[in-house]
Design a protein. Structure first.
Lengths: 277, 315
């Protein structure tokens, strides 16, 4: 008995190790590259023989990286706040109120979740140029809000359904209007769901690439992942591999820490959004 | 937060309005108005960013419209569609996209299921595995794509060195292999998390009863776990298939669509920014939209009554 238990333990342990190593290797590799000097980049070894911060000091001195980083943070935060606000209003209506057209709203959100972003690129490019939104923050914030909304509506309506009805009724009995019942009673209870939604929408904005390279032309509005693809290195003569690796690490590590910190919420949100539909 | 408990809540919420609708009191009317009012901003944004541009794309796709010749805009009927559908580029990109989609989703389903079973059943270190699995999900796709690109660059990458200093990204077939590898690495954890949610709905008693009756682990998996997980599997497949069909970031970084590795999304992008042709680009947009709609309809037929978004009759 003890023997089979041990064998089982070794088997699961091996499987665990393989899974963890496979997820970590590409991350460790880009970290390793970011610490190699330009001369050592071409030695093809997995670990740097000498560690240098020069790639980091290089990219952190160039506006080609700093400005897109600030754009990413600003655009991501603004889009997230707007999307969570609009999604919680709609989700509240879906979860709590009886009104015709509810199914249409749910169906529409599902359609947008499946929408091929590339189909919008050509017409939106034309529309944004006509409206003067091309290469501006709102030019990215508006589509990010639209694509964050379906996710938000699904997660939040699932969360809102779990909130006890009686509290809202009690508030209404005490003379609160439906709007007050929303802002004073339900919103605080819904805060965990809203945080989850905010995290997932922010991750989407931070990661988004197609719109970011299509609707921007300069570092005035270009986000960090898009800027990475147009990176030419800190000086004209250095190969951009090291700087790109360093920039990739800078935009990735905070997000990984953030994801790990909020992992329970993220898992709950992802599965409620998809499995519950 | 299981599906069952949610279904009962939904049913209860669905019955309430039918009772209320009969009288449609002042309160019910106020509730309706509030419902519409609360949904309006979200609906306006979603329509403005998707429905309107798609309608505009239909209009543009019927015009000859090149940004370099802004004065030569002219209604040309369906000739842009004819041009795209008779072009080798479109069919090649479509086939590449379908290959990448089918192969990567199939691999992800198998690996995702293994990872989900591992996270569900492992005797120890469950949290470590779950935490590690979230890393590929959290990493920016572009950053991960660069990691794979550098890894396969001759004289820079450890993987290239490992495989005889090869340059797979400059061969069509091998480059597609690397693209699929990058895609699978990045999205398997997402698949696994969705499947894990489905796994946790399989009652433990049923498994134990089957074990007592002498079913092997494989029989239990095929006869009990898989059928009960069917809704979760279909949802995961639908999301991942549509996502894979839209593949752009990984290809853009890894090959820029060179060596005939471009997907339909890469084709649409190149057409706008290299050819500056709004008419042809819009025709491609509409055709991709139709492809995605066909995939979605096929899946939803497969769901039967278990489709997401339909409140009634789920499970």
């Amino acid at each position: 008995m003890a023997r089979t238990d041990n064998r089982k333990k070794i088997g699961w342990g091996a499987a665990n190790t393989i899974a963890v190593v496979l997820t970590l290797i590409p991350v460790l590799w880009i970290v390793s590259l970011s610490f190699k000097s330009p001369a050592a980049i071409t030695d093809a070894s997995f670990w740097p023989k000498e560690w240098t911060w020069s790639n980091y000091s290089g990219i952190l001195q160039t506006s080609q990286f700093i400005e897109p980083l600030l754009n990413s943070i600003g655009i991501g935060l603004i889009a997230t706040v707007i999307a969570v606000l609009l999604a919680s209003m709609a989700a509240y209506a879906v979860a709590r109120l009886a009104f015709p057209g509810k199914q249409v709203l749910i169906g529409m959100a599902l359609l947008i979740a499946m929408f091929p972003a590339i189909s919008l690129v050509t017409p939106m490019f034309s529309i944004e140029r006509a409206l003067g939104l091309f290469n501006t923050w709102p030019g990215l914030i508006i589509p990010y809000v639209a694509f964050g909304l379906p996710l938000g509506i699904y997660i939040l309506s699932a969360f809102f359904r779990e909130i006890p009805w009686e509290l809202e009724k009690a508030a209404k009995m005490d003379g609160a209007t439906p709007f007050q019942a929303f802002t004073r009673v339900i919103a605080p209870l819904a805060a965990p769901g809203m945080v989850t939604t905010a995290i997932l929408v922010f991750l989407f904005c931070w990661n988004e690439f197609l719109f970011a390279i299509s609707f921007t032309s300069t570092i005035g509005a270009r986000t960090a992942p898009a800027a990475l693809a147009f990176f030419s290195g800190s000086s004209q003569f250095t190969s951009p591999t090291g700087p790109i690796a360093a920039a990739a690490v800078v935009i990735t590590i905070p997000i990984i820490i953030f994801v790990l910190f909020f992992q329970r919420r993220i898992v709950a949100g992802l599965t409620s959004g998809a499995v519950k539909g | 937060m299981s599906i069952q408990s949610e279904t009962t809540v939904v049913r209860a919420a669905d019955e309430a309005p039918t009772v209320r609708r009969r009288e449609l009191s002042e309160g019910a009317r106020a509730e309706r108005r509030l419902g519409w009012l609360l949904c309006a901003p979200a609906v306006i944004v979603m329509v403005a960013v998707t429905a309107y541009p798609i309608a505009y794309a239909v209009y543009l796709s019927l015009q000859r419209y090149n940004l370099e010749l802004p004065n030569a805009v002219k209604f040309v009927g369906l000739s842009n569609y004819a041009a795209v559908l008779s072009s080798w580029y479109w069919w090649h990109a479509l086939i590449i996209t379908l290959i990448i989609t089918i192969v990567s989703v199939a691999i992800e389903l198998v690996l995702g299921m293994l990872l989900a079973l591992l996270m569900h059943r492992t005797l120890f270190g469950r949290n470590t595995v779950r935490t590690a699995a979230l890393i590929p999900y959290g990493i920016v796709t572009v950053a991960a794509a660069y990691s794979w690109q550098f890894a396969w660059t001759p004289s820079t990458g450890y993987l290239s060195a490992l495989f005889g200093n090869g340059a797979p990204l400059s061969h069509t077939g091998q480059a597609i292999g690397v693209i699929i590898l990058a895609e699978v690495w990045k999205t398997t954890p997402f698949m696994a998390l969705l499947l894990l949610a489905g796994l946790s709905l399989v009652p433990e008693d049923l498994q134990r009863a089957a074990k007592v009756d002498g079913a092997t682990a494989w029989q239990r998996f095929v006869r009990i776990t898989l059928p009960l997980m069917k809704p979760a599997i279909l949802v995961a497949l639908l999301f991942r298939t549509l996502d894979a069909f839209r593949i752009f970031d990984n290809i853009y970084i890894l090959t820029k669509g060179g060596n005939n590795t471009g997907s339909v999304s890469i084709l649409g992008y190149d057409n706008l920014f290299n050819a500056l042709n709004l008419g042809i680009g819009s025709a491609i947009s509409i055709l991709i939209f139709i492809c995605v709609a066909i995939i979605a309809v096929l899946f939803i037929k497969g769901f039967g009554t278990a489709a997401p978004g339909t409140d009634t009759g789920r499970r």
